[in-house]
Ligand binder design. Structure first.
Ligand code: EPZ
Length: 429
């Protein structure tokens, strides 16, 4: 199993190109199930989750082709995927596939809307909490689906097609909102989604669906209206830049000191995180090439923050922020409100010398002068990358085990950091 070796203490200096967003790419790929025409996605990141979803969609009959590089493409140019679901050959998503990647459960909406039936394995527990799918099921039921749970599978039927309705989410859910939008696009009549998630990835999906012929308005606000259409067509869509990758490298630059241009980043996609970094004393400047992050010698001020749905501070940056605050000049408090048990990084950061106390959903972090390198391991993507960030700033050598978590969500991480002066390498086997 690959590991990453880091020798910490070098400031990051240079340019880091930001890839297309993983969490936009996955629902966009799934949206290809809604049409028999070809959906072309540009700026798709090269990630293990993308390859895994290609296999899952292939199982339903989606032909996925990868367009090669064109002359003039930059070194870090995203890939172009063409997805063609001309014939859906299977409406079952088996346990072996869904259990490997939660987001593959989301095929249930498009399969049901287009084929009138879907049988999708329940995803089960995962490293960051129980993560149920009850709200996705509720949304589909509101659109007229009959649903039963059978042998660990959600079996959904709508023999005469879905029909529009009102979906009111009791709490904000990204997966629920994606599912509701996709299903309602092919339902008869209008759907109103209340308390919808406002995440930029929802807006990206709605934009793409509208290019495919859907009639969705209000994406990016808590009320989304969808006028169902009889069929959707093909489209070409460019995936938006990854706000979590942006925030991760911003925090890495802040932690190590130095100055980094996050090329192609869009600051409005993570304004709350950038504001928090500025509050902590980090230099943040939007430029027409992206976002410039700098910290030259100044101390990091402690912060108090709770994770929240967009536009609040994202749960997907909580672990990285905690790594930064281990070396702040005082006591920080970080509260996780989205997922229970998303604190796997705490014990590992403590192995690097961090002083962190957990009380329920709140971590209290007492800043120290310097972390010290050690072997560490984490069981989810964002926790793993927080350990990389900590390792970049720690004294001596850090080995991050179970690198496959990082490969799920960060494209060429060690290359991008290495080009900015980090001493980081992948050890194979
Ligand atoms: C998406 O997960 C992201 N995944 C997550 O990123 C991200 O952390 C999360 O949104 C919140 O921003 C992808 O986009 C692929 P939710 P999702 O539905 O959609 C509860 C990463 O590291 N809930 O908004 O699954 C749920 O348990 C990942 O890239 C129910 O109770 O998140 C959670 O507590 C991790 N019932 C809360 O809602 C449901 O039916 C928010 O979940 C659905 C969700």
């Amino acid at each position: 199993m690959d590991r990453i070796r880091i020798v910490g203490g070098r400031p990051l200096r240079g340019t880091i190109p930001i890839s297309g967003a993983k969490n936009a790419t996955l629902p966009l790929m799934i949206a290809s199930l809604l049409t028999e025409e070809t959906l072309v996605l540009e700026n798709v990141p090269r990630l293990a989750d993308v390859s895994q979803l290609q296999r899952i969609l292939g199982n339903h009959g989606v032909d996925v082709t990868l367009n090669g590089k064109r002359s003039g493409d930059g070194e870090y140019q995203g890939q172009t995927l063409s997805l063609s679901a001309k014939n859906i050959v299977d409406t079952t998503a088996p346990y072996e596939l869904v259990s490997k990647m939660r987001a593959s459960f989301w095929v249930i909406g498009p399969l049901l809307a287009r084929m009138g039936q879907a049988r999708v394995s329940m995803p089960g527990g995962c490293a960051i909490g129980t993560r149920p799918v009850d709200l996705l099921i509720m949304a589909l039921a509101r659109l007229g689906a009959e649903i039963e749970i059978d042998g660990g599978y959600v079996v959904a039927r709508a023999a005469k097609g879905l029909k529009g309705g009102e979906i009111r989410f009791p709490s904000v859910t990204v997966s629920g909102t994606h599912t509701a939008i996709m299903a309602a696009s092919l339902a008869r009549g209008s759907t109103r989604i209340e308390n919808a998630a406002c995440e930029p990835e929802i807006v990206d999906l709605a934009d793409c669906l509208n290019k495919m012929g859907a009639r969705i308005s209000g994406a990016g606000t808590p009320r989304i209206l969808v006028d169902g259409v009889a069929r959707l067509g093909g489209a070409r869509h460019r995936v938006l830049p990854d706000r979590i990758e942006t925030g991760t490298y911003a925090i890495a630059a802040a932690m190590t000191g130095g100055e980094v241009l996050l090329e192609g980043a869009r600051p409005e996609l993570l304004q709350s995180a950038l504001d928090l970094l500025a509050q902590a004393g980090v230099g943040v400047a939007a430029t027409n090439q992206g976002v410039r992050i700098s910290r030259n010698g100044s101390a990091i001020a402690p912060v108090e923050v709770s994770t929240a749905p967009f536009p609040g501070f994202p749960t997907d940056l909580q672990a990285q922020l905690m790594a930064l605050m281990t070396c702040a000049n005082g006591v920080s408090r970080i509260t996780e409100t989205i997922f229970e048990n998303r604190f796997m990084h705490v014990q590992e950061l403590v192995r690097l010398g961090a002083r962190i106390q957990l009380h329920g959903e709140t971590a209290t972090i007492e800043g120290i002068e310097r972390l010290k390198g050690a072997p560490v391991m984490a069981t989810d993507l964002r926790a793993s990358v927080s350990l990389v960030i900590a390792g970049l700033a720690a004294e001596g050598e850090t080995i991050v085990n179970r690198v496959y978590h990082l490969d799920r969500g960060f494209e060429r991480l060690e290359e991008k950091l290495g080009r900015c002066g980090a001493e980081i390498e992948r050890l194979s086997g």
